[in-house]
Design a protein around this ligand. Structure first.
Ligand SMILES: Nc1ncnc2c1ncn2[C@@H]1O[C@H](COP(=O)(O)OP(=O)(O)O)[C@@H](O)[C@H]1O
Ligand SMILES: [Mg+2]
Length: 309
């Protein structure tokens, strides 16, 4: 992987907005040579203790995720999606295994360095928007830029540019109570985007939205990945989002059961390979890459549990 100081992609300034400068390997995702992974987990495990019971959420999971595309982590509620996202983003540490982000081993960073890394390189979008009721849309977006040491003028410029990118310029002076759910989520995306992070994480960003707004949000995330070379990892239990992703990692019981590309029927994920765990019950390995665009067997949830938030 490329170290932080030498990313596989970068942003060249042009006007107020960053323009992507993608490495050739990123621009040709199906060339012979795989692009460098921007996120890589190797053999990660995570357990939680609830009372006297230890819940093993992830067990020896390995995955490599690429820049400039939207990777959707799908699967029923409770299967470990949010836990995986929190480990990949450095919010939590694995009990075992390693996570590398932009070539940096997160386990090697002390608390302060990890916070700095996350501030500089990662953006987050949550199901509940997490907006401050008293702030206007543009103030919400400007706020984290202050922590990065940006001047007020520069932060305002960046914030307006990010709002423009999500089509919210005309809502810049409104407070959350004056915005619809879809608009609030677009403001939250602009807030994450304004930092120009190389890694963007979204946890159930469409769960509180109707179908149309949910589709808008996922399309915006997809566009960000393509336009800026950002690594976008989106977690969702909603099977409707699958066809909007470049790549889908389907999880079940804390393991990745399939790894496929919806837009490329019949094309397997050529790289990087995610080691598959046996399906419960029959012990058979799931095939990587499917001929069906919308629904490989492992993305069709086995119970209604998966459709609940
Ligand atoms: N901090 C925690 N303490 C105890 N149990 C947890 C904690 N975080 C997650 N879990 C448990 O881990 C399992 C997976 O949770 P999660 O990763 O949130 O699943 P998903 O996002 O797929 O719905 C669930 O059984 C959940 O209750
Ligand atoms: Mg979750």
């Amino acid at each position: 992987m490329s170290p932080v100081s030498q990313p596989a992609f970068g942003h060249a300034r042009q006007g107020s907005r960053a323009e992507p400068v993608l490495a050739a390997s990123v621009l040709a995702p199906f060339a012979d040579q795989p692009p460098a992974a921007s996120l890589e987990a190797v053999g990660i495990s995570k357990s939680f203790v609830a009372g006297v019971v230890q819940v093993k959420v992830l067990q020896k999971l390995s995955v490599a995720i690429l820049p400039a595309e939207l990777t959707l982590v799908s699967g029923p509620s409770g299967c470990g999606k949010s836990t995986l996202l929190s480990l990949l983003s450095g919010l939590q540490a694995p009990d075992m295994g390693t996570v590398e982000a932009l070539g940096q081993s997160l386990c090697d960073l002390n608390k302060r360095a990890l916070e700095r890394f996350r501030l500089q390189h990662t953006g987050f979008v949550f199901q509940g928007f997490n907006l401050f009721p008293a702030l206007t849309a543009v103030e919400q977006v400007q706020l984290p830029l202050g922590y990065l040491g940006m001047s007020d003028r520069q932060a305002l410029e960046r914030a307006m540019s990010a709002l423009d990118e999500v089509g919210m310029t005309h809502r810049a002076q409104l407070r959350p109570a004056q915005l619809s759910g879809g608009e609030k989520q677009r403001i939250a995306i602009a807030r994450a985007l304004a930092k120009e992070p190389q890694l963007l994480f979204a946890d159930e960003p469409t769960s509180a939205l109707d179908a149309e707004n949910g589709q808008n949000v996922i399309d915006i995330l997809h566009r960000i990945a393509r336009r800026h070379g950002t690594t976008v990892v989106c977690v969702s239990h909603d099977p409707r989002l699958v066809r909007h992703a470049d790549r889908v990692l389907s999880m079940e019981d804390g393991a990745i059961r399939s790894d496929w590309r919806p837009g490329m029927p019949g094309n397997p994920v050529a790289y990087p390979m995610t080691p598959m765990s046996p399906m419960p019950g029959n012990g058979a390995l799931n095939v990587v890459g499917h001929s069906s665009v919308d629904a490989p067997p492992s993305t069709q949830y086995h119970s209604d549990k998966g459709r609940q938030a």
